[in-house]
Design a protein around this ligand. Structure first.
Ligand SMILES: [Zn+2]
Length: 90
């Protein structure tokens, strides 16, 4: 099984952040981001869904940011404890 196929299996099971995937496969984050791009197009018509990053302090949701990378700071309370966006396959 290729890494991309394994990623699809994992994301079908539970929502996972890109960093968790990078840790799991012991590769750099940018490699996972590349994989996710391919996964997104290879699973059609199913969708790769992103659960937006959220501030752990005030609950601010980074809805308008469709970036895969995790934001570093909350625009509302300036807290830096941000929950990474999670990916899942519906
Ligand atoms: Zn906040």
């Amino acid at each position: 099984m290729t890494r991309r196929e394994e990623i699809i299996k994992l994301l079908e099971k539970e929502p996972t952040s890109a960093q968790q995937l990078a840790n799991f496969f012991k590769v750099e984050l940018f490699e996972i981001l590349g994989d996710l791009g391919h996964v997104r197009s290879s699973i059609k018509p199913r969708k790769l869904k992103m659960i937006p990053a959220q501030c752990k302090h005030c609950g601010f949701k980074f809805e308008e940011r469709s970036k895969i990378k995790k934001p570093t700071k909350c625009p509302r309370c300036k807290d830096e404890r941000i929950m990474a966006p999670l990916f899942e396959i519906e």
